[in-house]
Design a protein around this ligand. Structure first.
Ligand SMILES: Nc1ncnc2c1ncn2[C@@H]1O[C@H](COP(=O)(O)OP(=O)(O)OP(=O)(O)O)[C@@H](O)[C@H]1O
Length: 217
């Protein structure tokens, strides 16, 4: 459902991705690991259509993302993807329910599923609260609810448990996994945490020379 074909990306003449190819299947939860600076966030940004490869192609459900202009890429991102990224953090001036409803509003979909998703992540009845009233773990649950509320085909997560204690991290990842499996979405999660990667179906290690399967759980 998501295909990376011979992706190449360099910054200032320095190669980061050198001909990277991989296929992700629907319903698959994949962790991407690799040493610092190897290009994990770069890869996620390319898949998200937030940056463009120098060459190669990214195909989502038969549609080439790399061939789209910025407007079309934004539309596709909005409709078909969900994000658990620092850059798309929960907005402080909106209530929890308004935050979770955002992808629905942007896609002109009915908004009642926002409350259902808050229930699903264990925050039922707190839709009127503001983000400042929540703990770090609770905020990540809101981010997961928002990433999945519009039933995206593809969820992209960058260190979703980066600043959480191990117990909270474990519960967040179990929640993410359960919600992904319920909606049959594919997820690509960048992480440095082996405990987080263990929650995925498959871990892929990004190296200086490409993408190598490290283990398949
Ligand atoms: N916009 C940019 N301009 C210039 N160089 C960049 C840009 N984005 C990334 N890089 C460089 O590309 C390389 C890969 O960066 P990237 O953030 O993808 O690594 P990473 O594997 O996610 O690292 P980390 O685990 O430390 O977050 C780094 O050397 C970085 O400095």
């Amino acid at each position: 459902m998501l295909e990376l074909r011979d992706l190449r990306k360099s910054y200032g003449g320095r190669d980061v991705l050198r001909g990277l190819s991989h296929t992700f299947r629907a319903g698959e939860f994949v962790a991407i690991m690799g040493e610092s600076g190897v290009g994990k966030s770069t890869l996620l940004n390319l898949i998200a259509g937030l940056d463009r490869p120098d060459s190669g192609e990214i195909v989502l459900d038969g549609q080439s993302i790399t061939a789209l202009d910025d407007r079309a890429a934004t539309r596709l991102r909005r409709a078909r993807m969900g994000f658990v990224f620092q850059a798309f953090h929960v907005l402080p001036h909106l209530t929890l329910e308004q935050n979770v409803a955002l992808p629905l509003l942007l896609n002109r979909m009915p908004t009642q599923r926002a409350a259902e998703m808050l229930d699903a992540v264990g925050l039922g009845g707190r839709g009127g609260d503001f983000p400042s009233q929540l703990s770090g773990g609770e905020l990540q649950r809101v981010a997961i609810a928002r990433a999945l509320v519009h039933r995206p085909a593809l969820v992209l997560a960058d260190e979703p448990t980066g600043n959480l204690d191990p117990e909270t991290a474990e519960s967040i990842l179990t929640l993410l996994r359960n919600e992904l499996k319920a909606s049959h979405a594919c997820a690509v999660m960048v992480t440095h945490s082996h405990a987080a990667a263990e929650k995925a179906d498959q871990t892929i290690v990004l190296t200086r020379t490409g993408l190598a399967n490290a283990c398949v759980a």
